[in-house]
Design a protein around this ligand. Sequence first.
Ligand SMILES: [Zn+2]
Length: 323
Amino acid sequence: MAPFRGLFLLTYFWLRQWVHTAALAAYEFSRNGLILTCLLWLGASGCASNPYTARSQLLIIPESYEIQMGEQAYAHVLEDPKITISTDPREVEPVQRVAKRIIAAAKVSKYAERAKKFAWEVTVIKDDKTKNAWALPGGKIAVYTGIFPVAKNEAGLAAVLGHEVVHALARHGAERMSQGLVAQFGLQAASILLSTGGGLGPQMNRVVMQALGLGAQVGILLPFSRSHESEADYVGLLLAAQAGYDPREAIRLWQRMAAASEGQPPEFLSTHPSHETRIQNLQRWMPEALAIYNRVEHAPVADLPTVTPSPSQEHPSPPSESH
Ligand SMILES: [Zn+2]
């Protein structure tokens, strides 16, 4: 049977080669190549679609790998000597409280399976100048105290965390890693790199950190795409409502964010939806979110503590805002 086996393997490898080459060509030469690439990658678990929006996603990164990257990135940030972790209960407790309810909501969402698998952890970073929060694959969350004046109260913070947690649950990081690897190495090389599963070279590491929204750590800010932002806004709104927070606070949050981000360099916001578009979309989704909010037990909502940005805390490159 050996010759048959040889022939079979040869055919198999030839077919695989062909599929890879065709997929690469489709991706590189066609703006709508994603669908074709998806078709070619069927069976190689290269594609998925978002359970809320049905948007198709190119995902060549195994979930376990993505979670491992999330955990490494989280450790990397927390080990940074420039970072101060808050232990002030006035700052930590409201964040823990809101995160707990958002995580519970995620566990009954369409992402329930993944949310239950994540080893959730929340850290408050004492940095009154950085208006930021992020959630990484695997469920590691960080909130910078600088976001408190923008979030204003626990419902505002719920809108922020709802949004961030969706980036992690919807595998936006893995999608960006896939896109980044394909763009940098081509589909075939990227798949070989992944299949060797080996040590991350500095170049790979860069792609991964950027994909996770921690681009500033490697010197390049890479905002999430508009479709990721819009997906995080929509599903995040539903999660916050499910967690018992008034979803209408999300609109006030983005209004405060718009006011606070005046004077930001335009390139930072260039791929973000404009604040007006964002607010219009939120208003469009509001009836659905309010219907959820009206049938759940409402969360207590207290104001967040006031923080005062002090010039001594200024550092040259704040972590990239992932909203
Ligand atoms: Zn975002």
